[in-house]
Design a protein around this ligand. Sequence first.
Ligand code: UDP
Length: 238
Amino acid sequence: DTGRTEKRRVLLKLSGEVFGGGKVGVDPSTVRGIAEQIADARGAVEIAIVVGGGNFFRGAELSENGMDRRRADYMGMLGTVMNCLALQDFLEQAGVSTRVQSAIHMEQVAEPYIPLRAIRHMQKGRVVIFGAGTGLPYFSTDTVAAQRALEIGADEVLMAKSGVDGVYTADPKKDPAAEKYGHLTYDEALLNNIRVMDQTAMTMCKDNGLSMLVFGMEGQGNVTRALLGERIGTTVTV
Ligand code: UDP
């Protein structure tokens, strides 16, 4: 039972680089800006958020530099929780009621991940922020976004990107002839090796009929517009 009301329910994926403003750590003014945009959409839509952690650690990178992959992945997951707390703080300051749910137990700062409770929070108008990924090494927070969206019955995944405003035929920074897709299917993306999100995540969306909007963070009010269902960026469907 995903407890659906008539309201649209979305899962917003914010990668770690969005939090750092391109640097390591958290850039408070950037996070405040995102929080205020989320606050502008609240009430009109039920919102859950999956937060990445690449601004702190990526397990694969640490393991290339000599660390054990599994332990490095746990460091990556713990990094996502710091982003959750930063986002929670600025959301609360913007007047939004929030709960953080973590896939790794840490009761002082976050509830455990309980899907039915997450749904209840959203129905009460709270924004739920999911941290610590799946709690399992070898996964990415893109996969978590797909999994959580499916488990809480979200209508759509909203993938916020920084530095690009949708999915292109080629890398627009390298190829001036690159064109933006308005719409794309998962098969097209998988066949042409277009990295909208990682393959595990895309396959999960495809197999379960979950659609996705890939949009750019940079435009004025873009996060709010995406949350409210505006078709900015590229839509990816089965
Ligand atoms: N991670 C993991 N399991 C998960 C989700 C994340 O081990 O279910 C680790 C992994 O090391 C990853 C890091 O956490 O590199 C940060 O997540 P991700 O790279 O997905 O963040 P983003 O790229 O969105 O900032």
